[in-house]
Design a protein around this ligand. Sequence first.
Ligand code: PLP
Length: 454
Amino acid sequence: DIGNSPSARDIESIIHPYTNLDVHRTKGPMIIDRGKGVMVWDDEGNEYIEGMAGLWCASFGFGEEALIDAAVEQMRKLPFYHQFGHKSSMPSIELAEKLLAIAPKGMSKVFFANSGSEANDSQVKLQWYVNNALGRPEKKKILSRIKGYHGVTIASASLTGLPANHAEFDLPIANIGHVDMAYPYRGMEPGETEEEYSTRLAELLEQRILEEGPETVAAFIAEPVCGAGGVLVPPAGYFPKIQAVLKKYDIMMIADEVICGFGRTGNMWGCETYDIEPDSVSCAKQLSSAYLPISGVMVNDRIHDAMIEQSKKIGTFAHGFTYSAHPVCAAVAVRTLELMEERRILEHVREVMPVMQRRLRKLGDHPLVGDVRGVGLVGAVELVADKATKRAFDPKKMVGANCSEFAVRHGLITRAMTDSLGFCPPLVITEAEINEMFDRFEKALDDTEHWVTK
Ligand code: PLP
């Protein structure tokens, strides 16, 4: 009875995030029912490799008993407490210590929130708060990058550099601006080396800072590897060159490690992989292997000292969420970080990432694949209408979305970002599973080729 099917009930009742709501009314959802390891099953029993770890987040895959136990234990002991007004709970203290022990150099304190968007919103507010505290209230602008993804709350959506997040929502808000993304495939000029491209981007950034007035620019935010914008890996020398410019004008570097953090690029942080020395760091997603929502903003002493000074002057730091450092989420995050060590996840990632990158690179031989990029256990292929000229497909054809549909038919969940298809499997994926993932994707690519040429 379609009238009462789960799909019909979904259509009747739910507004889906990041979904074409009109198409959804006829298509309905794919209903995922259960998961184990890197596999998930839909409500009809079809099996899929979760090639995106959900949304770049389920690092331990599905059904990890150690994380389930951590949640249940904490739920029984203290299912909720908050952090307002000098209160705390043990899981948050343990988590803060563990996190700061592995944090990028210089991070000394952490503020907890519930999502990547909340973390980045907090980053914006912290910049404003701290620059007031430092007696330079005119230093308020935050520069982000076109195609960068930082979330969807008002400030975070403003940081996000994708048109769909701005146009119909009256965003970005004031004091947030965008500079060019580092996108070697489409950004490099003929004959230019990666280093030269990086130098040019740093010069463009400096030019922009001078146009804005360096005394008005507080911070620059970037993902070490831009994820949702299409898995854009920075060219050689990019971040050191960018940071030299930032340092020159006393502009802080905010690293959005929401995707890269906790092993994704083969190091604990994308900051390590790309020589970033951040003043503050946002993390979320893999912090709890996505089993429960939790995020953090880590800051250095300079930021924290300014916050203390401001409290001396005006009292309460008036920011924070009911669920900041929710004890059950924090307990699961603590266990996640423990498991990373116990199971030597970084070593595992380094062992299997060459297989992932090799299989990814091999896709470059396919007639539809214009660009292949990736690092560690994240990557993407960009499909193009003409490899020689890099001409993109007509967006109306929805080639990426269709390729992702073909992948589903072959038992693989990937993510279409326009015509780039992303791979970001659970970090626990085995070599055999990586090979299976790409075997399935190759079939989907062939189907896509038949479909576009027919
Ligand atoms: N920052 C980055 C780099 C992300 O990839 C995302 C989500 O994909 C966010 C922030 C926003 O996180 P959330 O969806 O948890 O609000």
